[in-house]
Design a protein around this ligand. Structure first.
Ligand SMILES: Nc1ncnc2c1ncn2[C@@H]1O[C@H](COP(=O)(O)OP(=O)(O)O)[C@@H](O)[C@H]1O
Ligand SMILES: [Mg+2]
Length: 368
């Protein structure tokens, strides 16, 4: 085969986007957990929670990350934040900003090109102010013995107390809370309000990227819509990028520009939201979409539900070749023999399937 006809792997998306450099790039990111068992703990089992993930996130965009529970979304998010240590691979962060950083300590022209997996000291501290996390359970992540003032003031310790209070009140306003909430403790708030406090704490350092891990999953539907709107508004005001993690496609659909789908530690499809929903490229994405309830009963009635066959395999025994092949309606011999790499299709979506572009898969109809 002619060399030039082969698509380069590990591309950095430069050409497709008119030269926009990604804010965050993952290359071959892996996190394997090794457990020992048996007599003398001689037997080891390896669980590949994240296994060779390539992903780019552009400045100001929302990348949704979806997949069934246990597929490695949180582990990936934790590696990005360096709460967890990757087993292998690269995490590159290119933060560019001018003056006006929230904290004088870090104000001196933070112009970062951070090798995240190896960063330490001041560089890691600066990175951790630029890339923030919002958890699923704000109650679990907010110290119950600290008031809102203390919780939000933590990252502004170098400021004089008056200025800190002023900024804290301003943060509360930005997330739809009030000045008189300042001296209350987390238990005095509803779930939605606590999530707003968690969001305020994340943006207190004026970050460029927020990783939201199941950030609205625990909320009632009406409260969830309000918090999603808050995420959208903050992004518009601040030019934030989001890595928006959820097991629920309908949550991700609301905010995402692009969506990455994970299955057993691997990213099996990345596409623009509209492409992914209307023309899925991977059989697993098709199956996930068919499980999303449609708000319009007329649409729901004409939709056939494509059920995924069988159970999710044991994550310590991921099938050879394509991880999805044991449940795939379209699997053939080659699928057990070779792991399909992520391939770029003509309309820009990337799909890890030997038959990508050849199958006629069904998406969901979207109204309006
Ligand atoms: N600290 C750990 N030790 C061992 N296994 C883990 C650990 N953390 C996560 N796992 C396993 O890694 C896999 C991915 O987990 P997780 O990243 O939490 O998935 P998700 O967020 O998609 O539900 C699961 O099989 C989980 O049991
Ligand atoms: Mg999770």
């Amino acid at each position: 085969m002619d060399e030039t006809s082969v698509r380069p792997t590990g591309r950095t998306d430069q050409s497709a986007d008119g030269g926009v450099e990604p804010l965050l790039s993952l290359r071959g990111l892996s996190r394997h957990f090794v457990t020992r068992s048996g007599v003398f703990r001689r037997r080891t089992t390896t669980l590949r929670a994240v296994d060779g993930v390539d992903l780019d996130l552009r400045p100001g965009e929302t990348l949704g990350l979806v997949g069934e529970s246990g597929c490695g979304k949180s582990t990936l998010g934790r590696c990005v934040l360096r709460i967890d240590e990757p087993t292998a691979g690269e995490i590159r962060y290119r933060g560019r900003r001018g003056a006006g950083y929230a904290d004088a300590d870090f104000d001196a022209g933070f112009d970062a090109d951070v090798d995240v997996a190896r960063a330490a000291g001041r560089e890691l501290a600066g990175y951790r102010r630029d890339v923030r996390l919002v958890f699923q359970d704000p109650f679990g992540s907010l110290n119950p013995r600290m008031t809102v003032r203390q919780l939000l003031g933590e990252s502004m310790r170098s400021l004089p107390s008056e200025e800190r209070t002023e900024r804290t009140i301003d943060l509360l306003r930005q997330v739809g809370l009030r000045r008189d909430h300042l001296d209350r403790y987390p238990h005095a708030f509803s779930g939605g309000e606590r999530q707003r406090i968690g969001i305020a704490r994340a943006i207190a350092t004026d970050p460029q990227l927020v990783v939201a891990d199941e950030a609205v999953s625990a909320l009632d539907v009406s409260v969830r819509a309000q918090v999603l709107n808050l995420f959208g508004r903050l992004q518009a005001e601040r030019g934030l990028a989001y890595l928006f993690i959820s097991h629920d496609l309908s949550v991700v659909e609301h905010l995402s520009d692009r969506v990455a789908v994970m299955y057993l530690g691997q990213v099996i499809e990345i596409a623009d939201k509209d492409t992914l929903f209307t023309r899925p490229g991977h059989p697993y994405t098709e199956a996930l979409l068919s499980a999303v309830p449609q708000p319009d009963p007329r649409v729901q009635r004409f939709r056939e539900r494509i059920t995924v066959r069988g159970e999710l395999p044991d994550p310590t025994a991921v099938p050879s070749g394509c991880p999805f092949r044991t449940r795939c309606l379209y699997a053939e011999t080659v699928c057990a023999e070779q792991r399909p790499p992520l391939r770029m299709l003509p309309d820009g979506q990337q799909v890890a399937c030997h038959f990508a572009g050849e199958l006629s898969l069904r998406g969901v109809e979207r109204l309006g």
